[in-house]
Design a protein around this ligand. Structure first.
Ligand SMILES: [Zn+2]
Length: 110
């Protein structure tokens, strides 16, 4: 694996990753999106009707796709939300089920 820039590292790992780089320690393998920096970490939880595409735990920005839990239909396009919860209803184009989309976002202060 080649070197990655600090910026790319930051995108993947958040604050904790940058600290690791500056400390000269390669902690890549121990870093996941859920273990981002210590300050203001967001947690995004899908309660129903969606699949999470990607989550930035530092800014609370995430992408989700609508998903029907009755027939497993999934939207082709995703929506981007920044730092807030989602509560909406859609009618599944495949089976006409009325699906609730509920996504909770919470922010833990350090
Ligand atoms: Zn459906």
């Amino acid at each position: 694996m080649g070197l990655i820039s600090r910026r790319e590292f930051f995108n993947v790992c958040g604050l904790a990753g940058v600290v690791a780089v500056m400390g000269g320690t390669a902690l890549l393998s121990g870093c996941t999106q859920n273990e981002a920096g210590a300050e203001g970490t967001y947690t995004v939880t899908v309660v129903s009707g969606a699949t999470l595409e990607e989550t930035d735990t530092k800014t609370g920005t995430y992408k989700y796709k609508r998903k029907c839990e009755a027939c497993d239909w999934e939207d082709k396009s995703s929506k981007t939300v920044k730092g807030k919860s989602v509560s909406e209803t859609f009618t599944c184009p495949q089976c006409k089920f009325k699906q609730n989309v509920v996504i909770n976002v919470s922010k833990a202060e350090k």
